[in-house]
Design a protein around this ligand. Structure first.
Ligand SMILES: [Zn+2]
Ligand SMILES: [Zn+2]
Length: 318
């Protein structure tokens, strides 16, 4: 036990206070006891950390939208009998807020259920209607506006430059663009290996990293001025665009190896699913199968807005 107090002795007051109060659901009893002992040694009176402190701590750190809704939930719990003697377990997991109390009080648990349903379809940032989705490897619950704002998108690419997160960049400011393989270190020797573009500026400002996850990635590669591109890039891109096939779902010329760049994004490949259906020996009209499979994916309603920003591919007819 002494050993544990030693381990915590480097923690600041605030960290120990959280361990002993609002965050105690995350720690073992012996760690909480050690934190309390250290706080007593430091003459910190824990009784001053009441429900108001708990509510502020639990609600903060997720964005203003969720903060407001979590506060409303906790206030309702307090009115109905929750106090800081009842341990709260709370966390964000895969873009959803989770909270439970160490109590079997029916009313308190029903209040939590009701509010979690509201919180988890509300934008973390602004509180408007939101959906949970993945953005560049992380999960968030966001409204359409904040989803688009958070998503990595290269806008307004033309022969003058491009725009990222409302900042305009001109090709003339750029001293070098390194096309790298997925390990971030090696320069790509051919088109298929390109995973990342690191953009360097003449004025030595911070570099920008772009990758295949960004909307308009292929258009960006296509528009890099020849001064900044390896000699093989234009020819390889032309070859790539020629191999793309027609997608019956979106009607863009954007299919490579059974998956569609335009429909795809982070979704499982719709066209892969189509092949599986065919292997079962069932016969469908092709377009019908695609559209049916698409509806199974329960796409976030914002996906079409995001797709409409993708300008790398052209719409075509069979
Ligand atoms: Zn929002
Ligand atoms: Zn498609």
């Amino acid at each position: 036990m002494e050993d544990y107090s030693n381990r915590l002795s480097g923690y600041d007051d605030r960290m120990l206070i959280l361990m002993a109060t609002v965050d105690r659901g995350r720690y073992h009893d012996f760690a909480i006891e050690a934190a309390k002992r250290l706080l007593a040694d430091r003459h910190i009176d824990l009784t001053q950390y009441n429900e108001d402190f708990y509510i502020s701590e639990i609600a903060s750190g997720y964005g203003a939208g969720w903060e407001k809704l979590i506060r409303i939930m906790l206030e309702e719990l307090r009115i109905n009998g929750w106090n800081c003697d009842i341990t709260v377990h709370y966390k964000e997991k895969y873009g959803q807020f989770e909270l439970s109390l160490e109590t079997d009080n029916y009313i308190l648990n029903e209040i939590i259920k009701k509010h979690l349903t509201i919180i988890n379809c509300s934008c973390m940032i602004c509180g408007e209607y939101g959906e949970t989705m993945e953005v560049a490897g992380w999960n968030y619950t966001l409204c359409e506006h904040h989803f688009i704002e958070k998503y990595p998108i290269i806008y307004y690419i033309d022969n003058k430059g491009f725009t990222i997160r409302k900042e305009q960049y001109s090709w003339e400011q750029i001293s070098e663009i390194s096309l790298l393989t997925a390990d971030y270190n090696t320069k790509s020797e051919n088109f298929q290996d390109i995973a990342i573009a690191e953009v360097f500026f003449f004025d030595q400002r911070e570099t920008i990293l772009l990758s295949g996850e960004w909307v308009n990635w292929f258009l960006f590669l296509k528009t890099i001025p020849s001064r900044l591109a390896p000699v093989w890039l234009t020819g390889e891109l032309e070859k790539f665009y020629k191999t793309l096939k027609y997608c019956p779902v979106c009607q863009f010329q954007s299919v490579q190896e059974e998956s569609c760049f335009y429909c795809g994004f982070w979704m499982p490949s719709i066209l892969m699913k189509k092949n599986r259906v065919e292997k079962k020996g069932e016969v469908f009209d092709e377009n019908e199968v695609f559209l049916k499979e698409q509806s199974y994916l329960k796409m976030p309603s914002f996906i079409n807005k995001l797709r409409s920003l993708e300008k790398s591919f052209v719409k075509t007819t069979l």
